[in-house]
Design a protein around this ligand. Structure first.
Ligand code: MLT
Length: 450
């Protein structure tokens, strides 16, 4: 894809141009770190690091973001800073997912013309291979939405431009361009096939071929195929949700994709691998676990319980030896920065539909709980390193309140995590990162070293 002429004005850069321009300085840094500093110690690895799931070990090269106890920065900018500077889609007050995607790939803020052109390029790619659609339509509705998407991605791999390029011997330093072709196709195709899964499972196939808006963004076209054409709140929810969830460093799904990518697995199968690990309840599966917990709480003590009733309910959970989902985080030690925009969304766009009022009440209870439960947990579980609410405490409930079935919610998260990860995938190829191959050790081998 070449630079696009823009009516006599300066040419609008494509994402290919922007990455190409950034590449020499990143390659230079890569070469410097590899050649000049290869023997410098970055961290003293302890037995605790090995026994403790490598927690906190700075050993996964990650170009697009960095996460630490205080939060996450994307190319050095916090979420809040990005929300202020990234352009918004026409008529939207949420961060534009397309702008966020552009930024993650390039480390630069797209201007309005670049955003429009990028969105148009993505809209032009809004076509899922017929083989994938037919396969999708043949799946039993009893299969979970996530499993369906994973299976569709494995069929989609037959159409990978990256794999074709590999097979036809494309030069190594050009592979990132083919990876980017697949990645861009997947940014728009994954939501579309997800909407098709939804239509097949929950809407007797209605709207699965509804005409898309070629001038719309991915969220609007997703909403159209979900049967939510013109539903501004839903489209805004999707924009907000996707831009928040695109990347969070080397968490389990992203780490899985990074590992898979390191073996040059194609982008579609790499996405499938990340979605599989995302289903675990200790990772993105926690979104559904938190939602189920909150539903059970509302059923037991009602949508407007006293703080004492909430405390009693939570103590009962703890006495059974269960965790209270939605609080604490593997890495963050203060409030999850992604909660702020979600809470703002809840406060500025209350659920008004009378049919959803129970969900609306539940959502308000959960939002309220986020302010009182941390203290309850601090008093009853003093060993918890952080009791702050995490993003899972509210995000699933919010989507449920906007009418999404619980089984489908993980897919909405999976779509965005895939969008963010593809930026890393393309940089994996652009920098020529090596295959991940750590050593495995038995406990006896560790003992023998002590
Ligand atoms: C995520 O966004 O994936 C979660 O916060 C999990 C994590 O960062 O470890």
């Amino acid at each position: 894809m070449a630079t696009v002429e823009s009516h006599g004005l300066a040419p609008v850069q494509t994402l290919f141009d922007v990455i190409e321009a950034r590449l020499p300085s990143r390659l230079e840094l890569f070469s410097k770190l590899t050649k000049e500093f290869s023997d410098v110690t970055l961290h003293n690895m302890t037995v605790g690091n090995v026994m403790g799931g490598m927690r906190g070990l700075p050993c996964i090269l990650w170009e697009v973001s960095g996460t630490d106890k205080a939060g996450i920065t994307y190319h050095g900018k916090s979420l809040r800073e990005l929300q202020e500077v990234l352009p918004k889609w026409r008529g939207s007050d949420q961060t534009s997912p397309e702008a966020m995607i552009w930024y993650l790939y390039s480390g630069s803020i797209p201007n309005r013309a670049e955003l429009e052109q990028f969105a148009a390029d993505l809209a032009a790619r809004a076509e899922v291979p017929a083989e994938v659609e037919e396969f999708c339509d043949s799946l039993s509705p009893d299969i979970s939405s996530t499993a369906q998407l994973i299976m569709c991605l494995t069929v989609w791999a037959n159409h990978s431009k990256f794999s074709d390029a590999l097979m036809s011997g494309a030069p190594r330093n050009k592979l990132w361009r083919y990876a980017l072709e697949d990645a861009l196709d997947s940014h728009v195709g994954t939501p579309l096939i997800s909407a098709r899964i939804y239509a097949n499972k929950y809407r007797d196939g209605r709207d699965r071929t509804a005409p898309l808006n070629p001038l719309g963004d991915i969220a609007e076209n997703f909403a159209i195929r979900m049967g939510r054409k013109g539903d501004t709140d839903f489209t805004e929810l999707i924009r907000m949700y996707w831009s928040l969830h695109m990347d969070h460093g080397a968490n389990v799904s992203a780490h899985t994709m990074r590992l898979s990518s390191s073996a040059w697995t194609d982008p579609y199968l790499t996405l499938a691998s990340g979605l599989i690990s995302g289903t675990g309840v200790l990772h993105a599966g926690a979104i559904m676990q938190a939602l189920r917990y909150n539903q059970a709480m509302v059923a037991a003590i009602g949508p407007e319980p006293s703080p004492e009733a909430v405390e009693t309910y939570i103590c009962r959970t703890l006495e059974k030896g269960h965790v209270v989902p939605g609080y604490g985080h593997a890495l963050l030690r203060s409030a999850d920065p992604r909660l702020e925009p979600i809470t703002r969304f809840i406060n500025t766009r209350p659920i008004t539909d009378s049919g959803s009022s129970e969900q609306g009440k539940m959502l308000r209870l959960i939002a309220h709980n986020s302010t009182i439960v941390p203290d309850i947990l601090r008093r009853h579980v003093p060993r918890m390193k952080s009791t702050a609410p995490n993003v899972d405490s509210l995000s699933g409930c919010l989507m449920y309140a906007h009418g999404l079935d619980i089984d489908f919610i993980l897919l909405v998260m999976g779509c965005s995590r895939g969008m963010g990860f593809m930026a890393q995938y393309v940089w994996d190829r652009a920098l020529g990162l090596p295959i991940e191959r750590p050593l495995s050790v038995t406990m006896d081998q560790i003992m023998a070293k002590l």
